[in-house]
Structure formats: C-alpha cells, structure tokens
Ligand binder design. Structure first.
Ligand SMILES: [Zn+2]
Length: 307
C-alpha cells in the first residue's frame, strides 16, 4: 500500500510539473517592486506606488476571467509595468512601451507616457485636425495613445501567455501566433464590461489603415514575416502594418465563429507545436488547417498583400 501511495504521489507530482502554476520566470522580477495591485495575478513595477494603471489592471482581471472560462484554465501570470528608462532591462525588444509576452509567464507593459505612444502621437501631428476628430473622441483631446499600446494590447499579450503556457517556445509560424494574439485581443475586449477598449483599438487600427501613412515598407509577405521576424519587429512601423492585417482577419474570425473558436485555435497551435511534430511545410499546413477549421476560415486567412 505504501509503495502504491508513493507511486501515486510521484505520478501526481510529475503531472503537476507539466501544468505547474509556477511556470513564471521570477528572475525577470529582479529589481522591481511587488506592488500587489491585483488578487487575480501578480503585479510588479519600476515604481513603488504607480498611478494610472488601475484601468489596465482592471481590464486584465476581466480578461483573465474570460480566458480562464474559454480555455478552461486558472492561469497565474505576472504583469511587469516598466518605465522607459528601465525598458531594455526587462523587455526583449525596444521601443519602450511596446507590450510583449515572455514565454514563461511574464508580460511587460509600459508605465506612464511611453516612448512608443509618444512617437505615434508625434506622427499624428502631421495629420490635419479635421481628420483627428474620431480619434480625439476616443483618446481625449491630447490623444493619449498609451490607452491603445498599454490597455488594449495588454489583452493581446495575455492571449499569448495562455498559448505559451501550453506550447512553451515552440512556434510553428509567427503569423499564426499573431493571428491568435489578435483574436484574443478582439474577443477579450468584446467581453469587457464596457466597449471603450474595443472601440479605441478599432478606431485606431482603422485610422492607420485608412490614412495609409506607412510609407515604403520593406517587408510585406508572410514568408518575410517568418524569416525576418525579429527584423520586422525592430522596424516598428512595418510590424504595425502586419498587425493591422492580422487584426482585420481576427475581427472577422471572431464575429463569425465566436468564443469557442479561440479554444479550437489554441488547440491547433498546441497540436502543431514543432517541438512535437517538427516543421510542417506550407502546403501540408494549409491542408491541416482546412481539415481542422474548414475552408471559410482558411479563406479569411489568405494573405493578399505579397506585392
Ligand atoms: Zn503578438
């Protein structure tokens, strides 16, 4: 009996290790203040008593509830609020304020007025006032774009954490990850208690698309997105262009297929994890997607921007 119990205990422990609550890489919290701003997840910050992050925390609490229900999880994670000066110590890519999710349970968000938001605001100064009305309605007279980069995109990063929790570093395609991130962003925003965050992200993305101020873009194909991912990421504007395309696809997918589609998409990312099945060729991947999701989904995901 004792041996039996011992085996059971060992089995239990080894199972638990796979889905451990403590998947968070705590070495990333060194030098930060543990600010305890939420009872649903962990919060760390470069300041001791930051203001202006209550809304972000509140939205993330609601998003966690929605994702936990949708993905049948109770995920613990940590949110790191990092100011511009300390950004490169905690994030893996500049510019300060561009939200990102690490593979092991941490999300890094900007604090205060971030470099990325202020840069985008500067860009808007060249736009005639008559075209800024709709943005001012949603972002205030001074066009505070941290409401987009921090508050709205935090939901996207949280979606990645629910993915990484199951896939680790295994990425079959960066573009599929990003469609998933956008899908999570749209779905979580639609399920918040008010539509403010959704309206802001929608108005801003549509403004970027319609005003077409991208200038010359070096990368446009999905192959380039895969092969030069970190180069595209560094060129924030080009990365933003790809993200607007993924956003439009995600919005259509969510409006047609709803909450359960998030779960099916995550399961697909888990099933095609290259750590398990190796790299899948484009043709085979497309067939797999048709078999899993059907033609309509694959049609929505068709990439028509190669040239
Ligand atoms: Zn993403």
């Amino acid at each position: 009996m004792r041996t039996y119990l011992l085996i059971l205990t060992i089995l239990f422990c080894s199972c638990k290790q796979v889905d451990s609550d403590d998947w968070i890489d705590r070495t990333k919290h060194e030098g930060l203040n543990d600010i305890h701003y939420s009872e649903s997840f962990e919060t760390y910050c470069t300041e001791k008593n930051p203001d202006n992050i209550k809304n972000t925390v509140d939205n993330l609490e609601q998003a966690k509830e929605y994702f936990d229900k949708t993905f049948k999880e109770d995920l613990n994670f940590a949110v790191l609020f990092v100011d511009n000066a300390n950004w490169n110590k905690y994030a893996f890519s500049p510019p300060p304020g561009m939200p990102q999710a690490h593979f092991q349970g941490n999300m890094v968000l900007g604090l205060g007025r971030s470099v990325i938001a202020m840069g985008a605001e500067q860009g808007l100064k060249q736009v005639p006032d008559s075209k800024l009305g709709i943005l001012k309605q949603h972002f205030g007279e001074e066009l505070n774009l941290d409401l987009f980069y921090r508050d709205a995109l935090a939901l996207h990063e949280l979606g990645h954490l629910y993915q990484f929790y199951k896939t680790g570093k295994g990425t079959q395609r960066h573009w599929l990850n990003e469609v998933f991130g956008n899908l999570c962003q749209v779905a979580a925003a639609k399920n918040l208690s008010t539509q403010d965050v959704f309206n802001r992200m929608d108005v801003f993305q549509l403004f970027l698309i319609n005003s077409n101020q991208w200038g010359e873009l070096k990368f446009k194909s999905l192959n380039q997105f895969e092969e030069d991912y970190f180069e595209v990421l560094k060129q924030g504007r080009n990365y933003g262009w790809y993200q607007t395309k993924f956003y439009i696809q995600a919005k259509e997918l969510y409006s047609k297929f709803g909450d359960e589609f998030l779960n099916e998409f995550r399961d697909f990312l888990i099933d095609i994890n290259p750590d398990k099945v190796g790299i899948i060729e484009d043709k085979e991947l497309k067939e797999l997607m048709i078999n899993t999701f059907g033609n309509e989904v694959v049609k929505i995901l068709e990439w028509n921007h190669d040239s």
